[in-house]
Design a protein around this ligand. Structure first.
Ligand code: ADP
Ligand code: MG
Length: 687
């Protein structure tokens, strides 16, 4: 028997299976509501390996045969045929496949879709990052011959409108297209990208375009995880280039709720992780594994450790509102203090993360947008931004202060409710963004001014700042001892292996990533009574403090709980103990001392915590700054001598003792420096 016959027989036999008949009958009843028959590839493979193989190698031909057979078998409900909307001449039905095997490489990553796969059936996993409107596409084009008026219907199988080759009547090739008499279908363009959790160490996610037709449109939305089964196609270049554009014509789109094949953790590794968790030094060991190339900043690193593990998930308050488990951190401060480097390190160790800059104009920005663009042929495209794509992970957002207006306005909702709403041009959608934010921001005037209120120095609204659990101001303090240590540390990275010992992570990055994954997935600690009391006492203390103490808000209380929970997760403990609460309290106190952050008003108020400088003290400091500044400006080397300064200070009413004290303080804080003995200069950028 020739192969062709066998194939058709096989298809026939497969669709005669009992459960298939049942499905086919349902299509008959429900058409056009239901028009697709879904086939499990593994079942087909068990039924006939050869046929299963053929469908992968030559999907165009085989699926066409499957569809033809299906159409023959469906008996459409006669009542439906009477429906005026029903085009009985042309029932559209589809055979859609799912469950293509992984081991034979039919299920691949976007990056693996090479030219070898053109014309083949594949499955590819990804996250939808763009989605166009549903667009009308010609299915059967009606053409009229301009010479003899013959009518020709030409089925359209590609992206381009293809006129008939020649007129059957007069053999000429001159047609006009009649849209109103043509047949149309719905089409939607998507773009998917590789799931971030499959990428290692800050790799870029690759993307590919997907075309979905008819009942496959609007299956998901940006941010959704999907498995696409389809045929790889090429699109000719616009000009005469030989490089084609590839896309996948979807045969099937499935939404997957579960996480993708998460980091695989073996039994041995679980043992190792459990052992690590029992180590009394585990916190230090993790801190020393985060950004080992960056000197110091142990509190920042500790906070990042807590952020990686996160708080307890799935909590709901009695009123139904959900508490967020994600810890948001903000690093603000001088340029060149390794903020960006820190973010990049975290992007490498987090099991799922994305690194973006606030001003990065490429793509959809930070949250989500609806834009009119070419992708949707001039229609609307919904785009998922970093927070949506990194759902369940960490978004490292550099230059947070530079984000655009739209992002800024959706950021409040994104950080607290962890959703992003888009309402534009009739599009109303809500995206999920269960994402922890690690943000970095530079001061407006290039340098951090220790004496100006923070709110004036950063282009971030106080309402947004108050949504961070911890805020770390990082000042580039000129300090010879520390500078030497930083320099030594940095230079070590350029030296031999032996000397690099210090800058190597304590726990191997790969293991740490698995550790974090394991804890996030399996540990959901409950807070103990003692820990609750500890946190409550601290909180009440903050609230009832006198005016020179920082005021706290319930937001801070929640932050304390989250931080304590995370601390327990690091130990893989089911219980949040007093020691966990203490860790959270210690970090919170640390940042509160660092910044005079008045959480009650959501404003920064240097007066409150920086009690060392009363208002008059600050006036004196400003006066001293002015003196040094103006003297330095007069000098050809931009330096002011000690004697000159003291003279001017006494002239302007400062006593000598105060003047000396402030001068040395300005030096310590890095506002001025002493390039030569008893000669002072302003630090560059501080005009
Ligand atoms: P920022 O984003 O804060 O402006 P960067 O992350 O770009 O700063 O850092 C500037 C450079 O200075 C980087 O190469 C970084 O490694 C180095 N650097 C600054 N402070 C430290 C430090 N404490 N330890 C190691 N390297 C540092
Ligand atoms: Mg930077």
């Amino acid at each position: 028997m020739p192969k062709k016959e066998t194939q058709t027989d096989m298809i026939e036999a497969f669709l005669e299976k009992k459960d298939k008949i049942k499905e086919i009958n349902r299509i008959g009843e429900l058409y056009p509501e239901k028009k697709s028959l879904f086939i499990d590839y593994e079942e087909l493979e068990r039924f006939n390996t050869e046929l299963a193989d053929d469908i992968v190698q030559d999907p165009d031909q085989i699926i066409k045969k499957f569809t033809a057979t299906l159409k023959n078998k469906v008996a459409i409900n006669p009542q439906l045929i009477d429906d005026p909307h029903f085009h009985e001449d042309d029932p559209r039905m589809y055979v859609r496949l799912y469950n293509l095997p992984r081991q034979d490489k039919y299920t691949i990553l976007v990056r693996d879709i090479t030219s070898d796969y053109v014309g083949k059936l594949i499955s590819v996993e990804g996250v939808i990052n763009k989605q166009s409107d549903v667009l009308p596409k010609v299915r059967v084009g009606r053409f009229v011959c301009n010479k003899c008026d013959s009518i020709i219907d030409e089925p359209q199988e590609t992206r381009f409108l293809k006129p008939p080759l020649y007129c059957k009547g007069c053999k000429k090739r001159d047609f006009r297209f009649i849209p109103n008499e043509s047949k149309w279908t719905d089409i939607q363009k998507l773009e998917i990208q590789e799931p971030l959790e499959m990428l290692k160490g800050g790799e870029q996610a690759r993307r590919i375009e997907i075309w979905a037709e008819d009942d496959l449109t609007d299956i998901g939305k940006p941010g959704d995880k999907v498995v696409i089964t389809g045929t790889v196609r090429l699109l000719p270049p616009k000009q005469n280039s030989s490089i084609y554009f590839k896309y996948v014509e979807a045969n099937n789109i499935e939404r997957v709720e579960k996480e993708f094949e998460e980091v695989d953790i073996g039994d041995e590794e679980i043992k190792e992780i459990r052992k690590l968790a029992k180590d009394p030094k585990i916190y230090d060991r993790i801190i020393h594994s985060i950004a080992p190339g960056i000197y110091g900043y142990n509190e920042v690193k500790e906070a990042i450790a807590l952020q990686l593990f996160g708080g307890r998930r799935h909590k709901r308050l009695p009123d139904g509102t959900k508490l967020r488990a994600d810890i948001h951190l903000l690093l603000i401060g001088d340029p060149g203090v390794a903020k960006s480097r820190m973010l990049q390190y975290v992007n490498q160790i987090a099991p799922k993360s994305i690194y973006v800059t606030g001003k990065g104009t490429t793509g959809a920005g930070l949250t989500a947008t609806a834009e009119k663009d070419e992708f949707a042929e001039g229609g609307w495209t919904l785009k998922a931004g970093a927070l949506v794509l990194a759902g369940g992970g960490i978004a490292c957002i550099d230059e947070f202060d530079k984000m655009n207006k739209e992002d800024r306005s959706s950021m409040h909702e994104a950080m607290e409710q962890q959703t992003i709403s888009v309402a534009k041009a009739g599009i109303v959608t809500k995206f999920l963004a269960n994402t922890a934010i690690l943000a970095a921001a530079n001061p407006k005037f290039s340098r951090f001014d220790a004496y100006k209120p923070l709110a004036e120095q950063f282009d971030i609204p106080p309402t947004l700042i108050s949504r961070f659990d911890l805020i770390f101001p990082i000042r580039d303090i000129l300090d010879k001892e520390r500078d030497t240590e930083v320099a030594d540390h940095m230079l070590k990275m350029h030296q031999t292996d032996e000397e690099q010992e210090d800058v190597k992570p304590d726990i191997d990055i790969d293991l740490l990533r698995k550790y974090v994954s394991y804890a996030r997935k399996n540990i959901n600690p409950i807070i103990t009574k003692d820990a609750v009391e500890k946190i409550r006492d601290f909180y009440v203390g903050l609230r009832s403090g006198s005016s020179d103490t920082v005021q706290a808000t319930p937001r801070q209380l929640e932050a304390l709980v989250r931080l304590s929970e995370s601390s327990a997760k690091i130990r893989l403990s089911d219980k949040v103990t007093v020691s966990d609460a203490e860790r959270a309290i210690r970090l919170t106190s640390f940042v509160l001392q660092e910044i005079a952050y008045d959480a009650a008003t959501g404003m920064f108020d240097i007066d409150r915590v920086a009690a060392e400088h009363s208002k008059t003290a600050r006036d004196k400091i400003r006066l001293m700054e002015d003196i040094v500044k103006s003297l330095a400006a007069e000098n050809h080397e931009n330096m002011a001598s000690h004697d000159e300064i003291m003279e001017a200070a006494t002239e302007r009413g400062l006593d000598k003792y105060d003047a000396e004290k402030i001068l040395s303080e300005l030096k310590n804080k890095g506002v001025i420096y002493e390039p030569r003995h008893s000669r002072y200069m302003f630090v560059e950028g501080r005009k």
